[in-house]
Design a protein around this ligand. Structure first.
Ligand code: BTN
Length: 252
């Protein structure tokens, strides 16, 4: 079997052994004029990255590292919705293909057994003052790497499986993520994915600490609004609306 045999919609899949970052390769292709739905997949990344300048550990074979090139027909201010749709699509795919109950940690992480098993990074590039394209990068820790996760992320990072899984599962998972994402992306501004996103949230009702502009604040998470912003209540009783961009949330 191959990824294509499991796909329900049209994607142009390009496979690589090693790249610095699949997001960078997708960006380069976007600049060259490659079409929407070009998908870059690598077996490993030497400079995988996440939000806020963080690294994304991407060792050989044990993860899925992929990026989808998109040419949105909505304003760039709505691109957070791409991340949220991709998180919902990936969580559903993980549940159906791998039989787990994954959780989504606002805004771009997926958890299983209280460990991060997936991160999503959407980046946009402007070609001129009007035209832009986006790249949504999805990194899944499919199984625990042979030499385990490095010490600095060992307490946070986890994987779907403890030992290597079949190529068939990897291919099915990639295809199912793309199938789910494609359905959401077609009508992105209808925000159909918010139902899944809210249902699978591991933050609603929890006390968190969020970091914004260097300040850490403790608050209780109330809900996720229709713009996928996190609504929290601080100890003072004041409500705050957290935007994805520069906020990092810690569960404790
Ligand atoms: C995060 O943890 O903040 C997001 C991680 C996103 C990782 C994926 S792996 C595929 C793509 N290429 C990258 O360099 N990053 C994304």
């Amino acid at each position: 079997m191959s990824i294509n045999e499991h796909l329900k919609s049209q994607y142009n899949i390009m496979l690589f052994d090693e790249l610095s970052s699949t997001n960078d390769t997708a960006k380069e292709l976007g600049i060259k004029g490659y079409g929407e739905n070009t998908v870059i997949i690598a077996k490993s990344q030497t400079s995988g990255r996440g939000r806020m300048g963080r690294k994304f550990y991407s060792p050989n074979a044990s993860g899925i590292y992929m990026s989808v090139l998109l040419k949105p027909n909505f304003p760039p201010t709505d691109t957070t919705l791409i991340t949220v749709a991709a998180a919902s699509a990936t969580a559903l795919a993980l549940d159906s293909v791998c039989g787990i109950d994954s959780k989504i940690k606002w805004v771009n992480d997926i958890y299983f057994k209280n460990k991060k098993i997936c991160g999503i990074l959407t980046e946009s590039t402007f070609l001129n003052s009007e035209q832009y394209f986006s790249v949504v990068g999805i990194g899944v820790n499919l199984y625990t790497p042979e030499s385990d996760f490095p010490d600095d992320i060992k307490n946070i990072a986890g994987a779907v499986y403890e030992t290597p899984c079949s190529e068939e599962i990897r291919e099915k998972l990639i295809a199912e993520i793309l199938n789910n994402f494609s359905a959401y992306y077609k009508n992105l501004t209808d925000k159909e994915f918010l139902t899944v996103y809210r249902k699978k949230s591991n933050l609603i009702g929890k006390t968190v600490k969020y970091l914004y502009n260097g300040n850490e604040t403790e608050a209780e998470v109330q809900y996720i609004n229709d713009n996928a912003h996190l609504i929290v209540k601080k100890a003072s009783g004041e409500t705050a609306e957290l935007f994805a961009g520069e906020v990092s949330v810690k569960l404790f």
